[in-house]
Ligand binder design. Structure first.
Ligand code: SAM
Length: 273
């Protein structure tokens, strides 16, 4: 072990403190094998704060007036990876089966829970704007406030926008100019039609109404079984009978709720309760 790596090593005792903190604040259970990963991710932040031990940093982020620093620490632990039209079969299913079955006079409501920096949210928005002549509402939420701000800005570098179909890119995106050259921004009309707010999925949900579709993708990997069950059950309560729930392809909901009927891998429909 080099001097640098031994300096940043997190002891088992310190890891236990952080394990309990992240379980409480994020609803995630970090297995013991994640000790190095947690140490590596926190170390840079300790350095930036001028703090030399994980215990001192733990004490700092537990002070009530250090809420912002606590959020920084939580953000370092979660993964925000996302991209436009990720798992494209979901968008095909939305386009070909879900939207055509909804009455034109009804307002369609969709929620992208754990939307990260907004790529999933705006992929859904483009499909809605393309296919739905009637009213629709789209909510995006995440636990991470800086991701919500990114989603609100809706500026994405070109290399990360390849999956947007050319027709959608032409209709719903604006090319950046000047300092924004090399990126694109989601059109203001589309941006004004989405709502963004911070929601912690592992706690009781705020009053957000009922939805026809919820995207809950690639977030449950963090939760232990009990948390996953509670999160899904609370979300099912916010889905209209016949509504659809999309989860990540590596996430299974087997045995979680008797009201969920699997239609295809990672696509579920809610039966009347
Ligand atoms: C890997 S990204 C998935 C983004 C998008 N749904 C997708 O599939 O591309 C996971 C997101 O879940 C968020 N997240 C993690 N724990 C959460 C929680 N307890 N409540 C709400 N969001 C959470 C993270 O901040 C992150 O942005």
């Amino acid at each position: 072990m080099t001097a640098a790596t031994s300096e940043m090593a997190l002891s088992e005792q310190e890891f236990k403190l952080y394990q309990a903190l992240f379980a409480q604040k994020l609803g995630i259970h970090l297995p013991d094998q994640k000790i190095t990963l947690v140490g590596t991710r926190l170390w840079k932040r300790l350095r930036a704060c001028g703090i030399s031990s994980y215990t001192s940093y733990f004490q700092l982020i537990n002070q009530p007036e250090q809420e912002a620093e606590l959020c920084r620490a939580l953000e370092l632990i979660t993964t925000n990876e996302t991209y436009f039209f990720r798992e494209p079969r979901h968008f095909d299913y939305l386009r070909e089966h879900v939207l055509p079955a909804l009455k034109l006079q009804d307002c369609v409501r969709i929620w992208s829970a754990a939307c990260s920096s907004g790529e999933e949210l705006y992929s859904i928005a483009m499909v809605l704007a393309d296919l739905r002549s009637g009213r629709w509402e789209l909510l995006g939420s995440d636990i991470n406030q800086s991701m919500i701000e990114k989603a609100r800005r809706a500026i994405y570098v070109d290399q990360r926008t390849d999956q947007i179909p050319a027709d959608y890119r032409r209709r719903f995106c604006r090319r950046g100019i000047g300092p924004h050259e090399g990126s694109l921004r989601i059109d203001s009309d589309l941006r004004s039609r989405v709502r963004l707010r911070r929601i912690e999925l592992h706690y009781t949900l705020p009053d957000i109404g009922m939805f026809d579709v919820v995207f809950l993708r690639n977030v449950m990997i963090y939760f232990d079984n009990e948390t996953r069950k509670q999160v899904v059950q609370r979300i099912v309560e916010h889905l209209n009978p016949g509504g659809h729930l999309f989860v990540g392809h590596s996430e299974s909901l087997r045995g979680i709720s008797p009201r969920l009927k699997q239609l295809l891998p990672a696509i579920y429909r809610v039966e009347a309760g």
